[in-house]
Design a protein around this ligand. Structure first.
Ligand SMILES: Cc1cc2nc3c(=O)[nH]c(=O)nc-3n(C[C@H](O)[C@H](O)[C@H](O)COP(=O)(O)OP(=O)(O)OC[C@H]3O[C@@H](n4cnc5c(N)ncnc54)[C@H](O)[C@@H]3O)c2cc1C
Length: 436
């Protein structure tokens, strides 16, 4: 029996026409995390993923302690023998200075990071969701929302079996709630009228792989300033050892930079790498993958995160950390938060009460990241100015205490309660900064 909430005032309980309690669109880290936690709570979850695993995803492949915590929480074992390459912290290079900062040892987060290419990573996380009971349909591309009689609320999605080659016939899947975890472009959000916000930061980043003796580097190396001879290039760069004979090398640029939109990223990468020591091997003959790029949607650049039966998770909701370009942990954390909210909402006795619970999702995200992301947007505005980068790298990097503070701030690694002076200052700053 369908009890459509808009007509009865009762909760829309699972009907015979429903294909699942919840449909999750996209099996990246955000969608798989949501699916895992929903399935663990006993809900029937259908995940629709347009690609088939294993598949590539353009990324730096760097996993901070926040991402490690999420993986551990999903029961995923992280043995080096299984291809997880551990690291101790970050190395920051800038202003002629080079500083290594170990991940802080905290009660809330492990003091370890990892590198793993997305080719293996996304499949492992998706399979963990499957093992927890989620149903995963690969090679199924979602084409749009199915709306209720009011034409406002999403009650399912239309999709095509793209694995079939010609796309096959379109069919619809129905559920009580839908999670958009379909990445930066999030066509499903767009179809529901949720556009990207222009007042939020956006980055563009590219990456490639080289066989390199630096493949076993146990620090995530970040370059704050990129040089081509005496010329300072806009943007930041990274060299992450993958531990398999290759290094992931890439660079990014924020839309707060004057050069954004006018730059040849590939040429900039070539010019930056040409300044590196030859023995690192970052030359054409050692390049083992094409240069590929994608956008980094930051600081909640698509809102609201819940509306009319649809919850946004990860890049779909613009959740990349504006301080460091990290998006995997935020995608997984928001997946878990969304699942907790959905589980509570679907257990409520009536529609109004369920909606109240669902409206708690944007609030929970604001509580978790809002103030911190607002700080991040200001940070991003500042680093778009070359004078700030010159000042910060010259005066900030040599001071170890300041840099430890910076590391905790950039990676959002603080004890939620108590902690040291740096933890307390960052938490207080995040709390008093409006969660806009
Ligand atoms: C160059 C670059 C480097 C980066 N480096 C790092 C890094 O080192 N560390 C880090 O933490 N983050 C990094 N990021 C950010 C990170 O890649 C993203 O934030 C993260 O992948 C977001 O996860 P997600 O699950 O939200 O989305 P995605 O990983 O984009 O997953 C979305 C999924 O939805 C599927 N999908 C899309 N449309 C449909 C549809 N219509 N129907 C069905 N399925 C669909 C896609 O196939 C995909 O599997 C980087 C990004 C870039 C571009």
């Amino acid at each position: 029996m369908t009890q459509d909430a808009s007509r009865t005032g009762q909760p829309r309980v699972r009907s015979a026409a429903d294909d699942a309690d919840v449909i999750v669109v996209g099996a990246g880290p955000g969608g798989s995390s949501a699916a895992y936690h929903l399935a663990r709570a006993g809900l029937d979850v259908l995940v629709l993923e347009k690609s088939t695993f294993p598949r590539e995803k353009v990324c730096g492949d760097g996993l901070t302690p926040r991402a490690v915590k999420q993986l551990v929480g999903m029961g995923i074992t992280l043995e080096p023998a299984d291809g997880w390459f551990p690291n101790k912290g970050i190395r920051i290079i800038g202003g002629g200075v080079r500083v290594e900062l170990d991940w802080p040892e905290l009660s809330s987060y492990p003091g370890i990071g990892l590198v793993r290419t997305r080719r293996g990573f996304d499949e492992i996380v998706a399979r963990a969701a499957q093992r927890a009971g989620a149903r995963l349909a690969e090679g199924v591309t979602v084409t749009g929302p199915v709306l209720d009689d009011s034409a406002k609320r999403i009650v399912g999605v239309t999709a095509r079996d793209t694995a079939a080659g010609d796309g096959g016939p379109e069919r619809s899947y129905r559920a009580r709630l839908v999670v958009a975890a379909d990445g930066n472009s999030s066509r499903l959000s767009l179809a529901m009228g949720l556009r990207k916000r222009d007042d939020r930061p956006l980055g563009v980043a590219i990456r490639t792989y080289y066989t390199s003796p630096r493949h076993d580097d146990d620090y995530l190396e970040t370059w704050l300033d990129l040089w081509d001879g005496n010329a300072l290039l806009p943007g930041y760069g990274w060299i992450f050892g993958v531990g398999d004979g290759t290094s992931n090398v890439g660079l990014g640029l924020l839309n707060t930079s004057a050069s954004f939109g006018h730059i040849d990223y590939r040429a900039m990468l070539r010019r930056w790498l040409a300044s590196m020591p030859a023995e690192w091997g970052f030359a054409e003959e050692n390049q083992v993958a094409p240069v590929r790029g994608a956008a980094l949607p930051m600081g909640f650049n698509r809102t609201p995160h819940y509306t009319s039966g649809l919850l946004l998770v990860g890049d779909a909701g613009g959740m990349v950390n504006p301080f460091n370009g990290e998006g995997i942990s935020c995608a997984m954390e928001s997946g878990e938060i969304a699942a907790q909210v959905i589980v509570q909402a679907l257990a409520r006795p009536d529609r109004a009460s369920a909606e109240l619970a669902l409206r708690g999702y944007p609030q929970a995200l604001k509580d978790a990241y809002g103030g911190y992301y607002t700080l991040g947007r200001k940070f991003v505005g500042a680093i778009g100015h070359p004078w700030f980068m010159r000042f910060a790298t010259r005066h900030g990097l040599p001071r170890p205490a300041l840099m430890r503070f910076t590391m905790k701030l950039l990676a959002n690694l603080t004890e939620p309660r108590g902690g040291d002076a740096a933890d307390r200052v960052i938490n207080a700053l995040s709390r008093i900064t409006p969660a806009a």
